[in-house]
Design a protein around this ligand. Structure first.
Ligand code: ZN
Length: 394
């Protein structure tokens, strides 16, 4: 390929990334009752109980003694999580919203209980679930089966803490780590694939409540969570949501589904109650999820941030030179001393190509064989993550 053609192709790639990342596409279901906000991150979020639309044509549900309470502000919280991802990575997660009020439909139940036989509700229910499947297939294919799914809820329990549901019951979480690490209990978990996938070889119990469990990272960031290292199980007398229909059906708890996931039940105070609290919590959650992906999968989504970093350059950001990989010229970092820090180079798909430490002279030796395309160099100095795009021409 000649140089001009190569530059033109790069331009197209950038336009595609920019369009995809910054605009995002919304696919509306029938009557706009369901919305699928398409994304490019390995994160899928469904929001079944936040809707307020209550059309008279759909009768209120009465079948099978339904629960009808709205999970207040969960749509608003999901929108804030979307914004935080966009701001922090330049890309969006996949989000599926149900806009109908829970008196009309429950998208976290099977179709019989959720739609109570109403044809319009059944269409909405089906669309909601088909969008989850589409999002999961897209994300799993793009990220080598490393995507994470969660079903977002708000609970009314008195104890103000996040409840992470991995399908395991509160009584099961009260069992010892040794018991939870047996195949019998791993096989009942919605993160069972992560037990064999995670790069550090963490056990099931460690993934539920060890150093780098989601609950532990959230609790360390000021959001008490169960299970976590701080609170390994809910306690025998405390109510706890362990994951409903969606968590069971759209995670590897169900044979044939490869995705790891959980139910996130958010307390109200300090998490869902005000726009400021929602924003602060969303920022923390996104940061924790990115740490989780990097730590357990060595999966960086830094390449998603390229477009936003280009449009909003930060002052005094360090630079690298050259940005074209030739297989032997070291890459010099300027503007920050990152010597001794770990660097990683990822392909545009998120696959780790090579890693090592920045040399004492603040350079990175690159001896790997790269095929033509765009790469992302990531260096974390412990406080901030720096990312630069690199290219390999033909
Ligand atoms: Zn709910």
């Amino acid at each position: 390929m000649n140089k001009n053609k190569f530059r033109f192709n790069l331009l197209i790639i950038f336009i595609l990334i920019k369009t995809h990342a910054l605009v995002g596409q919304v696919i509306y279901g029938t009557n706009n009752y369901i919305e699928y906000h398409t994304g490019t991150l390995p994160i899928i979020i469904s929001v079944p109980h936040g809707g307020l639309v209550a059309p008279a044509g759909i009768p209120n549900r009465t079948c099978n003694n339904p629960t009808n309470g709205t999970d207040t502000n969960t749509i608003e919280l999901a929108k804030q999580i979307d914004s935080s991802f966009l701001r922090m990575t330049g890309c969006r997660p996949h989000i599926i919203y149900c806009n109908l009020r829970r008196t009309k439909i429950d998208c976290n139940r099977n179709i019989a209980d959720g739609a109570c036989g109403n044809a319009e509700a059944e269409i909405a229910w089906t669309e909601f679930h088909q969008f989850i499947e589409t999002a999961q297939q897209t994300a799993q294919a793009a990220y080598d089966n490393k995507a994470i799914y969660f079903d977002l809820h708000g609970h009314g329990h008195i104890m103000q803490r996040l409840e992470l549901g991995y399908v395991l019951t509160g009584a099961q979480l009260a069992l010892s780590d040794n018991v939870l690490n047996t195949p019998e209990y791993i096989g009942q978990s919605s993160i069972q694939n992560l037990v064999s996938q995670n790069v550090n070889g963490y056990t099931h119990a460690q993934l539920l409540r060890g150093d780098f469990a989601l609950g532990t990272l959230l609790a360390q960031s000021g959001y008490p969570s169960v299970p976590s290292q701080q609170t390994p199980n809910p306690g025998p007398l405390n109510p706890y949501f362990n994951g409903g229909y969606n968590t069971a059906n759209y995670t590897c708890y169900t044979p044939g589904n490869t995705i790891n996931g959980f139910q996130l039940e958010c307390n109200f105070m300090n998490v869902r109650d005000t726009p400021g609290h929602r924003r602060a919590f969303a920022d923390t959650l996104v940061s924790v999820l990115l740490t989780f992906l990097e730590h357990h999968h060595e999966l960086s989504v830094a390449h998603c941030g390229i477009s936003s970093q280009e449009s909003v350059p930060e002052a005094k950001s360090p630079t690298v030179h050259p940005t074209f990989l030739d297989g032997n010229t070291p890459i010099q970092i300027s503007g920050a001393d990152l010597s001794g820090k770990v660097f990683r180079i990822f392909a545009i798909t998120g696959q780790l190509i090579t890693s090592g430490k920045v040399k004492p002279d603040n350079t990175i030796g690159v001896n790997s064989v790269f095929s033509t395309g765009m790469y992302v160099l990531v260096v974390d100095n412990g406080q901030r993550r720096f990312a630069w795009k690199l290219f390999k021409g033909s």
